[in-house]
Design a binder for this molecule. Structure first.
Ligand code: C2E
Ligand code: MG
Ligand code: MG
Length: 845
């Protein structure tokens, strides 16, 4: 210590520490310097360093104070006087232009005051300096933050409250009204607990009070009553700030969490539901981590795959549900998905074949969801066992491709097989043969012996065909009684013909259906690829055309397609189209249709001694190109296409009208015979038609005779029989037409209401010369008479035939001998001339 009482820098610093001031000064925002009596700097705080822009305290300590001033505003004497006053105990306030370490100047506001030791002696001077511009900024910032705070209180959805420890509310922020509905005035002075849900008060009051008493803030969720009596959820943090004079109570910060509560409740509920669903669903639900290991495995997964959850969880999925040889590719695919590829697998369900624990193949439908949290993802998968569906699909596919009756491939599968065979041709040498088969006179079996018999025959023929061909060939049922065989590499034409012959032979082996022995016969059309690869449909069509040719030539034979056949088929197609048009035009009584019109010719049926008893209506088609066509040319076509029904209607209406007119004008007892085809007996429309035609024209029912063939009559099951019954009840009569060409059993025919038997021309013409024919005709006539039926001989052309038949007891005839079938007006003339036709064939002349 120096004798003048001057302390050096260290001594000042030590003295300073004794005052306990150092810590406080260090905290100050202002720069603080402690200056020794010799006016050098003894200590400084960090704020002073940064204010003066020094880095280290050492740079500042020991410097004369005067060096910090930019220029000596005061002369040395004035400065000395000022310093002396400070040391004497004065305080100085003012602004000083200062120079910082980096040489800049700036005004600082400075306050200086003496520092005294315990004895009251001034041992140093404290100088506190601040930058006024900084100060201003700080103030402005403070004001702004206060403003912000106010606005925050105003607009915040948080509510601040201050309570006494008793619970009495002494302050509440205005936002309370917007958030809960109470005005601050409603609350202030009331006890806060009274606004809470009683359950919450009971549960929490003690704990809250304990926390506050211990000075711990506490956060709780409470329900606060709204004015309307409902409750809102709040999260509230309470802090006891009773000791802070400005507050003087417990501060509560309230935040409305009702929405969150509702959402939480809903989420909890849906989680519970989801869990239940996952537990109880019949679909396997799996969690899979990004390495392909199972993290979740529900009861359905246990059932489906056979692994318990405890075994599955933690195992690699591929090992659990895939056969060894599929695992590697599955792993690759899985990796791909994890990397963000193969996204189609995530977008829609896909099917795959898994394997159960026991090694059973399991078709499953899989839906995968990727769950990404931050960088990593995992997966959830639903897997549905679709074994049942697959089985049904397979069965359906099989059904769609095979014929139910015979089990053979159907038309669809045939087309596919044929297309494959043809496309193979384009790649190598070889040939494809197509055979189109149609059973001869199948209708007779179906109509005569019933559909069951027909089915039986189809099944047997199918199996015979199957046996006749090689395993590599396809036998398909094409429809009805049609079959198609596709034979690949069956050699050339000769080999194919040989195969066809073999088929004819095998198929026609005796067969018993419905207690009858039959020899099924088929007609076969053949088409063969001869180089190139023709369209499969064309091959079938050509074979079909060739098959028609085989039928035309009498059936039970095979024909190979030739180009000329095609033109015939085209003619047939045109005819079919024209006939439809002609029938429609005739029914609408439109003459001169471009497709031609139907007309009716009438042929007299006479008593051998002369008088015309009746006429048979015989339809004609006047075709614009082919001229007047015989029914033999188009009736079969009409029957096949169903056109026979409208055609029959036209004939019936037109001829009944005509005969009714003749009966009114020239020939009161004239009867009418109309041919009816078996198709017209299907459905019950025919009886209704006949009834209405008779009613419209006034023709007596017994003047109408319907001519039916044996096979039509034999359709004694189903609608046919009903129609016959209906017709008989109307009082019309029936004739058996063309007798002798079918099953030829009159005894059998006894069951039917037949009044007339028409002996077929094939017998009649032979009567004069063939004793056998004469014997048959004689027997038939006798039996017919015995059964109460009349007999008409068809196609009598000569007087010898008439005489021979007359001698056998026949008294009715029809034939060119008396008259050809003639148009209506010529018959009118004939009838007017006198209803007797002499033995001279007048109409022939
Ligand atoms: P059908 O009912 O046996 O008719 C008798 C056929 O014998 C007629 O042939 C007739 O012109 C012919 N004919 C008559 N007398 C003689 C003769 O002395 N010598 C020869 N050679 N032939 C004779 P058409 O008119 O060609 O009719 C053929 C068959 O067409 C008919 O045979 C009948 O089964 C069928 N038909 C004709 N019109 C119709 C019809 O409107 N509906 C139905 N479903 N079939 C009809
Ligand atoms: Mg007839
Ligand atoms: Mg006939």
């Amino acid at each position: 210590m120096s004798d003048e009482g001057n302390l050096d820098r260290d001594e000042v610093a030590a003295a300073l520490r004794g005052t306990g001031l150092v810590e406080g000064l260090e905290e100050l925002p202002q720069g603080a310097l402690v200056i020794a009596r010799d006016a050098t700097i003894a200590w400084c705080n960090s704020a002073a360093l940064s204010l003066l822009r020094y880095e280290h305290r050492e740079e500042l300590l020991g410097r004369p104070l005067s060096e910090l001033a930019a220029a000596t505003a005061l002369d040395d004497a004035a400065w000395q006087a000022q310093w002396e006053r400070l040391l004497a105990g004065d305080v100085w306030l003012g602004e000083i232009e200062t120079r910082t370490a980096d040489g800049e100047r700036g005004m600082l506001r400075v306050g200086r005051s003496p520092l005294r030791d315990r004895e009251g002696n001034v041992f140093a001077v404290l100088s506190l300096a601040s930058d006024p511009s900084e100060e201003f900024r700080a103030k402005a910032a403070l004001m702004a933050s206060e403003e912000r705070l106010r606005a925050l209180f105003q607009h915040s959805s948080d509510i601040a409250m201050v309570f006494r420890r008793s619970g009495r509310i002494i302050f509440v922020s205005p936002s309370v009204e917007r958030v809960v509905g109470w005005r601050p005035a409603d609350l202030i002075g009331k006890n806060g607990w009274d606004f809470l849900h009683p359950d919450d008060v009971a549960a929490d009051m003690a704990e809250v009070e304990a926390a506050l008493a211990a000075g711990r803030p506490i956060t709780r969720e409470w329900r606060m009553r709204r004015p309307d009596g409902t409750y809102a959820w709040f999260e509230q943090t309470l802090t006891d700030l009773s000791h802070v004079p400005a507050i003087g109570g417990v501060v509560g910060n309230f935040r409305d969490v009702t929405e969150r509560h509702l959402a939480d409740a809903a989420r909890r509920e849906s989680e519970v539901i989801l869990r239940r669903v996952i537990e109880e669903t019949s679909e396997a639900f799996l969690g899979i981590d990004r390495f392909g290991y199972v993290t979740e495995w529900n009861p359905a997964a246990e059932r489906i795959f056979g692994w318990a959850a405890s075994e599955a969880i933690g195992s690699e999925l591929a090992k659990l549900i895939l056969p060894e040889h599929d695992r590697q590719s599955f792993r690759r695919m899985f990796e791909e998905v994890v990397k963000g590829g193969a996204s189609h697998l995530l977008q829609q369900p896909f099917e795959m074949t898994a394997e159960s624990r026991s090694g059973r193949a399991l078709p499953v439908e899989v839906s995968v969801v990727q769950v990404t949290v931050g960088q990593s993802s995992h997966f959830r998968a639903f897997m549905r066992d679709i074994s049942d569906r697959k089985a049904i699909e397979e069965r359906l596919a099989h059904q769609a491709l095979t014929d139910a009756l015979t089990g053979l491939p159907n038309r669809v599968l045939l087309r596919d097989r044929l297309a494959r065979a043809v496309s193979r041709l384009s790649r190598r040498e070889g040939s494809v043969a197509v055979m189109f088969l149609d059973i001869d006179r199948f209708k007779l079996v179906n109509d005569g012996l019933g559909h069951d018999a027909g089915d039986e025959m189809l099944v047997e023929i199918a199996s015979r065909l199957h046996r006749a061909v090689r395993d590599t060939d396809t036998v398909a049922r094409y429809g009805g009684d049609e079959f198609v065989i596709v034979a690949e590499d069956s050699g050339g034409l000769e080999e194919v013909r040989a195969l066809a012959e073999r088929i004819l032979e095998i198929v026609s082996q005796p067969l018993v259906v419905a207690e009858r022995q039959l020899r099924p016969r088929v007609s076969i059309g053949i088409s063969l690829t001869l180089g190139g690869s023709p369209a499969p449909d064309d091959l079938v069509r050509d074979a079909d055309i060739a098959m028609y040719r085989a039928k035309e030539r009498g059936g039970h034979r095979a024909e190979v397609f030739e180009a000329v056949m095609e033109s015939r088929a085209i003619v047939r197609f045109e005819l079919e189209r024209d006939l439809a048009q002609a029938v429609a035009a005739s029914n609408r009584r439109r003459e001169n249709d471009p497709a031609g019109t139907l007309r009716i010719h009438y042929q007299p049926i006479v008593s051998f001694d002369g008088p015309i008893l009746g006429v048979e209506a015989l339809v004609r088609w006047e075709h614009p190109r082919y001229g007047l066509m015989s029914p033999l040319e188009f009736i079969p076509l009409a029957e096949e296409t169903g056109l026979i029904v409208p055609l029959g209607q036209f004939v019936l209406e037109e001829s009944v009208r005509q005969v009714a007119e003749w009966r009114r004008t020239v020939s009161p007892d004239l009867s009418l015979s109309v041919n009816v085809s078996a198709h017209q007996l299907d459905g019950r429309d025919l009886a209704a038609l006949v009834e209405s035609v008779l009613a419209e024209t006034g023709l007596e029912p017994d003047a109408l005779c319907l001519e039916l063939t044996e096979s039509a009559l034999l359709r004694d099951s189903g609608n046919g029989a009903d129609t016959l019954g209906d017709l008989r009840r109307l009082g019309v009569r029936f004739a058996v037409d063309d007798f002798g060409t079918g099953y030829s059993s009159l005894v059998y025919l006894r069951r039917f209401p037949v009044q007339l038997v028409k002996l077929d021309r094939s017998f009649v013409s032979g009567v004069p010369t063939s004793p056998q024919d004469a014997a048959i005709v004689s027997a038939v006539i006798d039996l017919a008479h015995a059964l109460g039926m009349a007999a008409v001989a068809e196609g009598i052309e000569t007087s010898e035939q008439r005489a021979a038949l007359a001698s056998l007891g026949c008294e009715l005839g029809q034939g060119y001998l008396w008259s050809r079938p003639l148009p209506g007006d010529e018959i009118t003339a004939l009838l007017e001339a006198g209803s007797e036709l002499g033995s001279t064939p007048a109409a022939l002349s």
